[in-house]
Design a protein around this ligand. Sequence first.
Ligand code: FES
Length: 159
Amino acid sequence: MTIGVTNRDDVLNAVDSAMERYGASRDELIPILNYLNHALGYLPAEALEEVSRRMRVPKSQLFSVASFYRMFSTKPRGRHVVQFCESAPCHVVGGRQVWQALQEALNLKSGETSPDGKWSLVTTSCLGVCGVGPVILIDDDIYGNVAPDQLTDILARYA
Ligand code: FES
């Protein structure tokens, strides 16, 4: 992921790629936003405005969608995004202890990015693998049955 993309050419190139891949149908809005969020590291206002113009979707609607789903961010994020599942099935099998340990290990609270731009920490709802809770997702890697004492080793895998 890229931190703090503000280069308009990068934004326009990413929007071009998203449109080539998914077209401009409103049915493809979520895949397009997902593509841009992944390609740019977040959804800058310039990207949302360009998508709004090309898809003829009101900006207010785009910003509503972008801010509703936790998988999207309208602010720059770190190179690695750690998502912690805060839903009940993970909570009852030790999620609270993992969450405390995760915040301490990263020295971050939910929604924060480390000063060096390496980590962002966010909470999320169910990640779809409730049977192996507590669950965290780092970038595209999912970890289940996470215990607090495993976090140092897990986080060390990311440069
Ligand atoms: S409740 Fe945590 S993955 Fe479903």
